[in-house]
Design a protein around this ligand. Structure first.
Ligand code: GCW
Length: 683
């Protein structure tokens, strides 16, 4: 298979000599005694990985006293190795986690877990340790996922297109058919399981006509086949549904959630689905958003809509994931009162406490829409009595569309660490999201994926790090962006420190570089409408989407203060509300998100706004060019196929960054009439 396909499961051979002896000793035999399919898959993966990395064959029956690896559920391992795991360890591993420990007395490196999925996660962890050159002679690891749901959302359409997809067409569907390529699906499931993903919604939240039929006998058998593949890897399948299904496919005249007929229809539908897929995860719902149907049509609110579906799924153990991306997408740009940033909070805060126990709200990380820079959504921390997930976007809709490099893990980290002040000083978003702050039963993360049928999955090879990083972060939000990058680099490229440092440098700088030439000081949306690629400063300025920067000859920015603006800043709690509302204290990177200021306004950095715009765009282009030159230093030191595909994209980025620089600088120079202090070329 072509280069890049095996991603972080490449199981490269070049392992450090120092550890190789240990790996060979422990990795000569695998003991796995359970028939269960997930455990069988785990054992097969371990054998595959060890044989590839160590270059020897692995037996299934160790000789007397031979060091070996044993894997299985705690109960089954206990039969053969009586006192391997302590009660404390078993408890700490929880339902989905694992324990890995070496016991020289038993000649055994054991991977134990309460559940088969936990065993699989443990195997992937051990393979990761070996793949990154760690010592394995004295292991005592307990790891349990911090987040309950670790979910991937596909925006794949049945015709094979992907909404906001930048890595080719769908590998799930083609021309209104399910794919036949079982092998690719299995490899995908392996990749996802290897980073702990346990939930996948397989179709776009914009559910079109044909996909509406996924929950009918026409397609349910094929959906069930997909669920069979995922199940082996500990992943539950979810479907995005059309709220108007009762009308569209049920022959009813209404989809009113309070109508008995409608409720009955959904109840039957749920039974039908669970007959085909006993462990079906549930429904993902985009309702009353961007022209999708929803409860508003019937004068009902979102709690009534979500709860109706939740009742139908409850007897089967399913959940409803209800998105909070609800706003007026037909705004008159002349209307200065309406502020799209306010919408999610205004819609959902009043409903706190009204959702059933098996409903979870899915909240985009920011108040607008996955911009390069946004504040954190003020809904985090505001919903004390509601299950909630954070929604990230791995696919780079507004962050360079996998033509530009943008490692997003640092952005996600910043968001997760942001203190909401919901409970004083210690209420970061990550603790809202993982359910620990208020004890939410359903909690975790969802993200829109960046994969397609491109052979390296993500188009830009380095964009794989975002997919990898999302999973790792969902498992453990305390990992650092650097650690995650390091793992990925070592698993994909090399354990060589010098190579590692070059690639790590690229990844770690990339978000800031992309921000510097596209989105100054918290202003977003200066992109071409519809496809969202490339600069267009006024592209969305007179549109109905509620996405404005309000630049004129004197200044720029959106006044979201309480005194003179939309009052959005008051949706935050504690110090956040004050800081954002204050022109003096608002952080530079979000200044124009919260304030409208003259171009001559002086930032904390000491620069004026206009000079900041010029400087950042000139520097951004230089830094983009440096990405390319840094990468070039790897030529001949990593696999040519890996090298060249990235080089090509970085070249395009460097060139395209110039287009961004020139359009944005020229625009603001013409608007403001203020010269660049350094007299660089502006057109
Ligand atoms: O980011 C916007 C995208 C839409 C998307 C929507 C959403 C699936 O431009 O393509 O629709 O958000 O999140 O629902």
């Amino acid at each position: 298979v072509e280069s890049g396909y095996h991603a972080w499961l490449s199981y490269n051979k070049a392992l450090p000599g120092a550890q190789l002896e240990q790996y060979r000793q422990w990795g000569g035999a695998i003991v796995s005694l359970e028939e269960q399919e997930t455990i069988q898959a785990a054992a097969a993966e371990l054998k595959l990985g060890l044989e590839a990395m160590l270059g020897h064959s692995v037996s299934a029956a160790p000789n007397q006293g031979q060091l070996h690896i044993a894997l299985g559920t705690f109960d089954s391992l206990h039969v053969r190795y009586q006192s391997l795991f302590s009660e404390k360890e078993i408890e700490a591993a929880e339902a989905e986690g694992f324990v890995i420990r070496t016991s020289h007395a038993d000649s055994c490196l054991a991977i134990g877990a309460a559940s088969p999925a936990g065993v699989l996660y443990g195997v992937f962890h051990l393979l990761r340790l070996i793949g990154t050159g760690a010592a394995i002679d004295e292991l005592a690891i307990i790891s349990a996922p911090v987040n309950g749901l670790r979910m991937i959302n596909h925006w794949d359409n049945f015709d094979g297109s992907i909404e906001r997809g930048y890595a080719g067409n769908s590998f799930l569907y083609k021309n209104n058919r399910f794919t036949e390529d079982q092998e690719r699906l299995r490899d995908y499931a392996r990749m996802m399981a290897s980073v702990g993903i346990n939930a996948i919604a397989i179709n776009n939240v914009n559910v079109h006509q044909e996909e509406t039929l996924f929950i009918t006998p026409t397609y349910l058998p094929q959906v069930a086949k997909l669920a069979d593949i995922f199940r082996v890897y500990g992943i539950r399948l979810y479907l995005s549904i059309n709220f108007a299904s009762p009308i569209q496919i049920g022959g009813l005249e209404t989809a009113d959630p309070l109508e008995l007929d409608v409720q009955g229809w959904w109840n039957n539908k749920a039974s039908e689905i669970y007959a085909a897929i006993p462990d079906f995860g549930g429904f993902l719902v985009k309702a009353d958003s961007e022209n999708r149907p929803g409860p508003f049509t019937y004068g009902r609110d979102h709690a009534e809509g979500a709860n109706m579906l939740a009742e139908a799924l409850l007897p089967h153990g399913g959940i409803v994931i209800w998105r909070c991306f609800v706003y007026n997408c037909k705004q008159d740009w002349r209307d200065r009162k309406t502020d799209r940033a306010r919408a999610a909070y205004d819609h959902f805060k009043p409903l706190d406490g009204r959702f059933n126990d098996n409903v979870v709200l899915q909240i985009k990380n920011g108040p607008l829409d996955f911009q390069v820079r946004e504040p954190v959504s003020p809904l985090f921390g505001a919903l004390e009595h509601t299950n909630q997930l954070i929604e990230f976007q791995i696919t780079q809709e507004y962050t360079g569309q996998q033509r530009h490099l943008c490692y997003l893990v640092p952005q996600w980290k910043e968001i997760l660490e942001f203190n909401t002040y919901a409970e004083g000083e210690k209420a970061p978003v990550k603790r809202v999201v993982d359910g620990s702050l208020w004890g939410n039963r359903i909690n975790g993360m969802a993200a829109v994926t960046n994969v397609g049928e491109d052979w390296n999955w993500s188009g830009h090879l380095l964009a794989q790090a975002n997919l990898y990083g999302y999973g790792r972060l969902a498992w453990n939000p305390d990992l650092t962006a650097e650690q995650i990058a390091s793992e990925w680099i070592q698993l994909v490229f090399s354990l060589d420190a010098a190579i590692h440092d070059v690639i790590s440098g690229l990844l770690m700088d990339s978000w800031s570089i992309y921000e510097s030439y596209t989105a100054p000081l918290g202003i977003g949306w200066m992109v071409n409408p519809n496809h969202h690629y490339g600069p267009n400063v006024d592209g969305y300025e007179y549109s109905p989407w509620g996405t404005y920067h309000f630049a004129d000859h004197k200044g720029i920015g959106v006044d979201r203060t309480v005194q003179t603006g939309t009052g959005y800043s008051a949706q935050y709690m504690g110090a956040n509300a004050e800081v954002y509302n204050s022109l003096e204290h608002c952080p530079d990177e979000l200044l124009l998100f919260f304030h409208h200021v003259p171009y001559t306004h002086v930032l904390h950095s000491g620069k004026t706004v206009i000079q900041h715009i010029y400087d950042n765009h000139f520097e951004g282009v230089e830094r983009a060019a440096q990405l390319l030159s840094a990468w070039s230093s790897l030529q001949g030191r990593i696999k040519e196929e890996l090298y060249s595909q990235v080089e090509e994209r970085l070249r395009e980025q460097a060139r395209h960054a110039e287009e961004w620089r020139d359009q944005i600088n020229t625009y603001f120079w013409r608007k403001s009439g203020i010269e660049d202090k350094h007299h660089r070329k502006i057109y």
